[in-house]
Every structure is written in structure tokens, then in C-alpha cells.
Write a protein that binds this ligand. Structure first.
Ligand SMILES: Nc1ncnc2c1ncn2[C@@H]1O[C@H](COP(=O)(O)OP(=O)(O)OP(=O)(O)O)[C@@H](O)[C@H]1O
Length: 232
């Protein structure tokens, strides 16, 4: 599909979660405006509770804004019919903070899931999954279940699942939180390579070390507001 303009655009966005007693709670994102260009790489920084995960959920169309407008890959998510959102999400790779690997599936089948949802032929799936598992150093664990893997291995499996479809937009929430420094550098090299090949990337992290290793524009959130958008 031909697209023009930024991959992600927020215009005066506010987000409030439902309050326990009904209605909406206080806004956790306020007045957020941003534009991410096609092929850009952006660090998303900010203290715990600042709203990083909430911002990524809006970019993934897992949530709709309660104020303002969010446009992702040319789709205004606030007004888009619910049935159109799965197709949009198939073009977005996500590494969730809590990984969300399916416990009853093997690592191979977890990573294959987005390709199967996209109805790719099994022969292509076998090849693509094997390649990404090899790259990420998990080929020997393909038939294990998630619970049999270490935390770092599970994190790498979640990353493999997010990138196997070669998404247009990749959103990663603390994707190196469970791995050691050398693994983190290797994962960062994978993200950098994807970015070089054209994927737009947003990574939320607390790791200053990671940010220093790959200087890129950084968006800083503080209590639901953007406090700075440096040019890296
Ligand atoms: N499902 C929810 N319902 C109600 N409030 C929520 C929900 N999810 C997050 N929040 C609140 O929204 C605010 C922002 O949370 P969010 O998880 O986006 O922050 P974060 O910057 O990702 O934090 P961390 O670095 O700890 O992951 C917090 O005050 C949090 O309590």
C-alpha cells in the first residue's frame, strides 16, 4: 500500500484508563503530539509510570486515544472500524514487556504464529522461523516450550516473533531487560539492521548503556507528557 507522511502521528493525544467505579480515571498521557518518519529509530525514555507502555499501546492500536488523534501507517485508529485493526496490527511487530509467549506452544510455533495468521505457506514459515531462530541463537531450543527457557531466552523468542514478519513498524517495550550486556548488544545489532533495511523502530528502555551504544533521537516522557525529543 502506498503511504505518505509519517508512520506514526499523534495530535494532542490524551489517554485515560477506565476507572474502577465507572467512567474514566485521570489521564496518564496528556497533550502528546509527535510524528515519526518512515525509517526512523526512536528511543522512548522516562521513569517508571511515565506512560511509555501506554504510548506504545496506542501506536499498536491496542488502545484508542480518549482525546486527540492517533494515526498509524495511514490509519486513524480512533475512528477506524474495529474489524480493520487486526490487519493494521499485522504490519506492526511488538515485543511486550511481559513477553506474552503462549505457554502451550513450542518456541517454533510461537514464532511462527504471526506468519500463520498472515496465511503464509508452511514451507516459507519453516524457512523463515528457522532463519530468525538461528540468528537470535535459539535454533537448538525450537521444540522447547517457553517455561523450559531462561528469562533471557524467552525474551529473545518474543523478539523473534515480533520481527519474523519483517514489520513496517517495530515497537519494543524494554526488550533487553532480561538479557546480559553482550546479548543486549547483539539484539541491538538486530534492531539496527532492521532499521537499516527500512523498519521504523521505537524502543522503550531504562538502559542508558543501550542508548549510548546506539545514538538516535530520544523521546522523553514525564508524567504523561513529552518533555523532550532530542536528535540523538
Ligand atoms: N490498565 C490500566 N488501568 C489503569 N491504569 C493503568 C493501566 N495501565 C497503566 N496504567 C497507569 O498508567 C500510568 C502509566 O503506566 P505505563 O505502564 O504506561 O508506564 P511506563 O512508563 O511504561 O512504566 P514502566 O517503565 O514501569 O513500565 C501509570 O500510572 C499506571 O498505573
Amino acid at each position: 500500500m502506498e503511504r505518505s507522511g509519517p508512520v506514526v502521528r499523534f495530535d494532542a493525544v490524551g489517554l485515560a484508563y477506565p476507572a474502577p467505579g465507572g467512567g474514566l480515571g485521570a489521564e496518564v498521557l496528556r497533550g502528546v503530539s509527535l510524528a515519526l518518519d518512515d525509517g526512523s529509530f526512536t528511543w522512548l525514555l522516562g521513569p517508571s509510570g511515565a506512560g511509555k507502555t501506554s504510548l506504545l499501546r496506542l501506536m499498536h492500536a491496542a488502545l484508542r486515544p480518549t482525546r486527540g488523534a492517533v494515526e498509524v501507517l495511514g490509519v486513524g485508529t480512533g475512528a477506524a472500524p474495529r474489524r480493520t485493526l487486526p490487519e493494521l496490527r499485522r504490519r506492526i511487530g511488538v515485543v511486550h514487556q511481559d513477553l506474552r509467549l503462549l505457554p502451550h506452544l513450542s518456541i517454533f510455533d510461537n514464532v511462527a504464529l504471526p506468519l500463520r495468521l498472515g496465511r503464509r505457506p508452511e514451507s516459507v514459515i519453516a524457512e523463515d522461523v528457522a532463519e530468525i531462530l538461528r540468528w537470535i541463537g535459539l535454533d537448538h531450543r525450537a521444540h522447547a516450550r517457553p517455561e523450559e527457557l531462561s528469562g533471557g531466552e524467552q525474551q529473545r523468542a518474543a523478539i523473534a516473533r515480533a520481527v519474523v514478519c519483517r514489520p513496517t513498524l517495530l515497537l519494543a517495550d524494554e526488550p533487553t531487560g532480561n538479557v546480559d550486556a553482550s546479548q543486549a548488544r547483539r539484539l541491538l545489532a538486530l534492531f539496527a539492521e532492521m532499521n537499516r533495511l527500512g523498519t521504523t523502530i521505537v524502543i522503550a528502555t531504562h538502559s542508558e548503556d543501550l542508548v549510548q551504544r546506539f545514538p538516535a533521537p530520544a523521546m522523553r516522557l514525564e508524567r504523561g507528557r513529552i518533555r523532550g525529543h532530542d536528535e540523538g
